[in-house]
Design a protein around this ligand. Structure first.
Ligand code: DC
Length: 234
């Protein structure tokens, strides 16, 4: 069974998907981590991704082809904890769990994830990984592009302020990423706009998705609601 959870950053997708998966015996696939891993490889290669607004620009051709090659050929994999939940992220065998959560990756991942050829490569990997077992995939285009026939589709949202607040708490807990709430809110608004207006697979709710606004909901309420939706379809 495939469950799609889409939504903007900080809407709680990752934490909710992990908890629901743990309770119901699903695997989780954090597709954002895959775009982050490719972005990290670009930064590691020394690409100045911060000053680029479009990889389709002919001036970026070499950089784009290097990154597309990474997305096609460097396998992205996850190491799971005792609850079957992803604990570590690898690309081409390198553990990048911490590196993909830095401010630099936060600031540059939207440009990389807007590239159609990179998306094609990663979507192919996501379909293979998701089809192996009951999986909750979380991202931006799971219900619209990756698994349009997913049995359950959820679109999680919350106010930008609530999302920025949650993201800062999560970064502090992880010990990586920005913990300045104002800067996080600004970057979040920028990324929301960028991700929602890009040409390929923009962030949008699938027509048949159930939208859940979590601004005034507790974590437990969100987990219970999605778990119920899944149980009803099982
Ligand atoms: O969920 P996240 O913040 O880790 O996602 C990182 C970036 O990747 C974000 O800018 C949107 C993009 N993304 C995407 O385009 N498609 C997905 N399925 C998942 C993430």
């Amino acid at each position: 069974m495939i469950v799609a959870i889409d939504g903007p950053s900080g809407s709680g997708k990752s934490t909710v998907a992990k908890e629901v998966s743990k309770r119901l015996g699903f695997s989780t696939l954090d597709t954002g981590a895959m775009y982050r891993a490719v972005t990290y490889r670009g930064l590691q290669q020394g690409f100045d991704l911060e000053n680029i607004s479009n990889l389709e620009d002919p001036e970026c051709a070499d950089m784009k082809s290097w990154l597309v090659n990474v997305a096609n050929n460097e396998q992205i994999s996850f190491e799971f904890d005792e609850f079957g939940q992803p604990a570590k992220v690898f690309i081409g065998g390198q553990d990048v769990t911490t590196q993909i959560r830095t401010k630099e990756v936060d600031r540059t991942v939207s440009v990389v994830s807007a590239c159609a050829d990179i998306r094609t490569a990663l979507v192919a990997q996501q379909r293979i990984m998701g089809a192996k077992q009951d999986t909750i995939l979380e991202g931006r285009d799971i219900g619209t592009v990756v698994f349009p026939n997913a049995e359950v589709k959820v679109f999680l949202t919350a106010s930008p302020e609530a999302r920025a607040h949650r993201r800062v708490l999560q970064n502090a807990e992880r010990g990586v990423g920005d913990t300045d709430e104002k800067a996080t809110l600004e970057l979040m608004k920028f990324r929301d706009k960028f991700d929602s207006t890009r040409e390929t697979a923009p962030l949008t709710a699938a027509e048949d998705a159930t939208t859940i606004d979590t601004t005034n909901m507790t974590f437990e309420e969100v987990v219970a609601k999605i778990s119920k939706m899944i149980e009803e379809k099982r």
